[in-house]
Design a protein around this ligand. Structure first.
Ligand code: ADE
Ligand code: ZN
Length: 337
C-alpha cells in the first residue's frame, strides 16, 4: 500500500482539535449568510487567502471572527456533526474535542444553547458513523482568570456527562494566574488539559504542570529549550499533543523538515522538534488543532510527519500513543491497541 493508504487505514484517535477551528469553509459561508454577518460575502478562494496568517495573534483574530457566525443551537449541532463525520471518514475512532466556550459566553450565547447543539450533533454522528466524541470546554487565557471562572461556572451548571476536561488556550499568557480555576475544575472531576509551550518557552509548560496539574500538554514544543523539562516529560510520560502544520502556519516554527542534526534547542523556532521528541522517548501524540484553518486534517498531519522522516513504525507508534494518552476506559484502549 502507498503511504497515503497506510495512513488512511491506520485506526486513529484525535486528542487536540478545536470544534470551531474545524468549521469547513462551506459551512462558514452558509452560517454567515444565514445570520447576515457583516464582512462575510467571501468566496471559498477568499477564505483560503483569509486563512494565511502573519503570526499567532493574527491567527487568533481570524479564528475569533470565524467563531462569530455560530449563533443558535442548530449551528452548533451542524458544526459538531460535520466535525465528527470528517473525523470518522479518516478512520478516527475516538476524539476529545476542545471548544471555545468563553468566546460564546462573551457573545451572550447561553451555555445551554451551546451544549444542546453540540450534544445533538455528537449523538447523530455517533449513531451514523460509530465514532465516539468527548468534550473539552476551554477559555482563552488572554480573557483573564475571571473569564476562566465564568466559563467553568457554565460547565459545572450546564455541562453534560460527555464533558471530560477543562482547557485554556488563546494567547499564551502566564499560567500561574489560573491555578484556582483549574483546582476547582479538577475538584469537580474534570481533567486538566491546558495549552502550553505553543508559542512560548519552558516556563509556561512548567507552570501548566505545577500550577494547573496538566494531564496532557497542548502543543508543548517550547519544552525543547529545557533539558530538565524534557527529562521530566520522559520520566513521567506526561503526554504532549503535537500539531506540526498548526505550528508552521501560525509561525511558531519556520519549517517542518529537519535539516540539521543535533538538539533542537540550538535551532528553536526554525525546525519542528517532533522527530527529536519521539527519539527522546516522550509520549508524543499527533493532532490537527484547527484543520481547515491550517489547510490540513489528521491524515494530513500523519503525512507531514512522514515527510519529516518518520517511517511507518513511527507513525504507528504515534497512533498508539494517542490511544494510551486518551481518557478512554482501559478496556476500550485495549481494543484499539
Ligand atoms: N484556539 C484555537 N486554536 C488554538 C491554538 N492553536 N492555540 C490556542 N488557542 C487556540
Ligand atoms: Zn489548540
Amino acid at each position: 500500500a502507498s503511504i497515503d493508504q497506510f495512513i488512511a487505514a491506520l485506526p486513529k484517535v484525535e486528542l487536540h482539535v478545536h470544534l470551531e477551528g474545524s468549521m469547513q469553509p462551506p459551512l462558514l459561508l452558509a452560517l454567515a449568510e444565514k445570520h447576515a454577518v457583516a464582512g462575510f460575502s467571501r468566496s471559498l478562494r477568499e477564505i483560503r487567502e483569509w486563512y494565511e496568517y502573519r503570526d499567532f495573534p493574527h491567527f487568533l483574530d481570524v479564528y475569533r471572527r470565524a467563531v462569530e457566525v455560530l449563533r443558535d443551537e442548530e449551528d452548533f449541532a451542524a458544526l459538531a456533526f460535520d466535525t465528527a463525520r470528517n473525523l470518522a471518514a479518516q478512520n478516527v475512532r475516538y476524539a476529545e474535542v476542545h471548544f471555545s466556550l468563553s468566546d460564546h459566553l462573551l457573545r451572550d450565547i447561553p451555555a445551554p444553547v451551546v451544549f444542546a447543539g453540540i450534544e445533538h450533533g455528537r449523538k447523530r454522528a455517533e449513531r451514523e458513523s460509530g465514532i465516539r466524541i468527548r468534550w473539552i470546554p476551554d477559555f482563552a487565557g488572554d480573557y483573564g482568570a475571571e473569564a476562566g471562572e465564568r466559563t467553568l461556572d457554565a460547565v459545572l451548571a450546564h455541562g453534560p456527562q460527555t464533558v471530560l476536561g477543562f482547557g485554556v488556550g488563546g494567547l499564551e499568557v502566564e499560567r500561574d494566574q489560573f491555578r484556582e480555576v483549574f483546582a476547582r475544575a479538577r475538584a469537580a472531576g474534570l481533567h486538566s488539559l491546558p495549552h502550553a509551550g505553543e508559542t512560548r518557552g519552558p516556563d509556561r509548560v512548567w507552570s501548566a504542570i505545577r500550577a494547573l496539574g496538566a494531564e496532557r500538554i497542548g502543543h508543548g514544543i517550547g519544552s525543547v529549550a529545557d533539558a530538565e523539562l524534557i527529562a521530566h516529560l520522559r520520566d513521567t510520560q506526561l503526554p504532549v499533543d503535537v500539531s506540526p502544520t498548526s505550528n508552521l502556519r501560525t509561525g511558531a516554527v519556520r519549517a517542518l523538515t529537519q535539516e540539521s542534526s543535533g538538539a533542537p534547542w540550538q535551532s528553536r523556532g526554525t525546525e519542528h522538534p517532533l522527530p527529536w521528541m519521539l527519539e527522546e522517548g516522550l509520549l508524543v501524540t499527533l493532532n490537527s488543532d484547527d484543520p481547515p484553518m491550517f489547510g490540513t486534517d489528521l491524515n494530513g498531519e500523519y503525512r507531514a510527519a512522514h515527510r519529516m522522516g518518520l517511517d511507518r513504525a513511527a507513525l504507528t507508534r504515534l497512533a498508539r500513543n494517542g490511544v494510551r494518552a486518551s481518557f478512554l476506559p482501559e478496556r476500550d484502549k485495549t481494543a484499539l491497541l
